[in-house]
Design a protein around this ligand. Structure first.
Ligand code: DHB
Ligand code: MG
Length: 218
């Protein structure tokens, strides 16, 4: 099938199944307006994250890589009263834009944007209540570090999702650079580390050909 056909399917599925309010749309528009990379998850994936968090009965969600908070809004809206998202963003400008977008979406009271690199912020979350759902969507070189923290900060039954595990098919290459090496190391960890049980899905959407891994902490 040609790419215009799968783009048409993506547009059809999105318009049929995903309702966007102004705040979600504005969080996407803000990426362009603020000169940020336009790499937010697709609407169908945003809603998948939302539904997975609800299926998991998540009260506490950890996100690594906030960008403009598009996925964060989807996750925050999956929570029951009293639920909380902690989202980590290394880039101060992104964190500022994310906070504005969370305010506009009416979820700022349930989301904590922690500014800093994952490797510095994650250790500070030790000793808190375990997270029920973790979304890893930051620098791919650190995926194994983030998975290790997801396992430490979660509990048996915690759902862990990793974005960008196909990267236009580059995931099958062993010499495609540090990001792909990081993606592959993460996938191998999901198989080899007994704390996880995992599978993966390829996706074809407005972000092209990519995919997510979905894991359960055992
Ligand atoms: C990139 C990062 C992402 O998280 C994504 O969803 C798409 C692309 C990137 O670094 O190119
Ligand atoms: Mg991503």
């Amino acid at each position: 099938p040609t790419s215009d056909r799968w783009s048409a399917v993506d547009a059809y599925l999105t318009s049929t199944l995903v309702t966007h309010d102004d705040a979600l749309t504005a969080s996407i528009d803000s990426l362009t307006e603020e000169g940020m990379p336009e790499i937010e998850v697709s609407p169908l994936t945003g809603k998948l994250l939302h539904l997975l968090a609800r299926l998991a009965g998540a009260h506490r969600v950890l996100e690594i890589g906030t960008l403009g908070a598009y996925s964060t809004i989807w996750l925050a809206r999956a929570l029951p009263d009293g639920g909380r998202v902690v989202t980590i963003e290394a880039e101060p400008h992104n964190a500022a834009v994310a906070r504005r977008n969370l305010e506009r979406a009416g979820v700022a009271d349930r989301v904590e944007v922690r500014e800093g690199r994952g490797e510095d912020v994650l250790p500070t979350l030790s000793g808190t209540e375990p997270f029920d759902f973790v979304f890893i969507d930051a620098d791919k070189e650190s995926n194994t570090l983030y998975l290790d923290w997801a396992a430490r900060l979660g509990r048996p039954g915690t759902v862990v999702v990793v974005d960008n595990i196909v990267r236009s098919g580059h995931v099958v290459e062993t010499d495609a650079g540090a990001q792909i090496d990081g993606v592959r190391a993460g996938l191998e960890m999901l198989q080899g580390d007994p704390r996880f049980d995992a599978t993966a899905l390829q996706t074809l959407d407005r972000k092209g050909w990519d995919g997510i891994a979905i894991a359960l902490l055992v």
